[in-house]
Design a protein around this ligand. Sequence first.
Ligand code: ZN
Ligand code: ZN
Length: 415
Amino acid sequence: MDLTIHQNCPSCGAEIELHEADRLIQCPYCEVKNFMVNRGPLRFVLPDKAPVHIDRSEMFYAPYLRFKGNIYYCKGKYLKYRVIDTTQRGMNSSVLPPSLGLRPQAMRISLVTDTVSGSFFRQTVEARTLLDKASQLTVIDSEDINASFYNRAYIGESLSCIYLPLYIEDGVLYDAVINKPLAHGSSVKTLQRKSDRYHPGWSPHFLATLCPHCGDTLTGEHDSLVLSCHNCHSSWEEKQGGFHSINWQRVVSRHKHMYNLPFWKLQVRSTGVEMNNFAEFLRITNQPLVVQPVHEQMGLAFWIPAFKLKPKTFIRLAKNMTVSQGKLSDGEQTMAKGMHPVTLQRTEAVQALKSVMAEAALNKQRLLPLLPRMRFHSLATELTYLPFFDRGHDFVQEQSGLSLAKSVLRFGRSL
Ligand SMILES: [Zn+2]
Ligand SMILES: [Zn+2]
C-alpha cells in the first residue's frame, strides 16, 4: 500500500500532497521543481487529535518502522519470492501497540519537521531485526520444501519511520490519534526517560533541478530517481547531496511513437563459477539456443528493469531480456519523447543477479546449488532505454519481441 504524505513546498510554502515514492516534487502553485534527498529513512508523523489544551511541546512520538520490499529466495530446485509490507514497533515497550495497523494508509501523514516540538522516543529496534523477521517468513513459507536455501535477495526495499503521537494527562498515557488511554503509572515514567528533540538531519533537503553541465532544467516524473537533460542529452542521479552524471544510451528505433523503457545493463564477470562471456551464460543456464561464435565475443551483461514491477513479472522480464541481448543493437545518447521513469536504483538491480541466474536455469536442480559460490564483479554499468511498440494493452519490445502488459507497468508505479 502506498502512503499519502502532506508536505510544504520548499520554495513557496504551499501545502502539497505526495506519494511515498515521490522524489521530484513539482509544486502546483509556484511550479518550481525540487528533488528530495534524504539521509537515512524518511520520518513521518501521524496526525494527532489530542485535545487543544494539551501543550504540543509536551507531546511524545513513538517510532514504528515500515519495511516494504520483495524477497527472492532459492531453495532446493525452486526460485520463490515474497512481498513484504509491514509496520512494526521500533522500540521495546509493552504499553505501545505492536503495530500501527492500517492507520498509515488511512491517514494523511506528514514528514517530521522542526514544527513538531515534542519529544521523540528513541528507536531501539534495529532495521536488521525487521529484515530477519521477513527472512524468517521465507522459512515458514517454504516448510514443505525439504532442501537447502541457496540464496536470498532483498530487492526494491524501502525503510521508513512513522511516529505515533502520544500525550500524558494525569499520569495516563494516551494514544493521540484516537485519544484512548494506553497505560499509567511507572511504565509511563520509564518511557519518558529515553527521548530526543527534533534533529535537522532527520528532514530531507531539496536540490534545484538544474543540469550541472549546461544549466538547463532537468526533467523527470514525480517518482523518477534519474533526471534527464534534454538540452545536452545527459542523465543524472543523486549521490551524496549532488547530481552525478551516469552512463546511458537509448537504442534508437526506425519507427515513430515508440515508448522507451529503462534497463540497467550490468556488465559483469563471475568467479567461483567462471562466466566471462555471454556464451558461458547460455551454457551454464542450458538455454535452448545454439551457442554461436558471436556469443563467445559478447561480454556478459544482465539486463535488469530499472522500474518496479511485481516480483514474478520483474524477474521474468530480467531473465528474458538478458537471454535476448544478442538481438539488441547499440544505442546513442539522444533523449526522446516517451521515456519511462527510472524507479529502481542501480544498487537494487545488482541484488537481482543470482535470482536472474536461477530464473534462467533450465536445470534448476543442478544450477541453484552453485549460487552460493558465485561472485559477480562489476565491469561497467549503463542505463539503457529500449524501444517498445505501443500495442493497445501491451508494450512490445522492437528487437526481441518481448511483451509487457501496460497494466503491470502501471501497477508497478504504486509499489
Ligand atoms: Zn511552491
Ligand atoms: Zn544539460
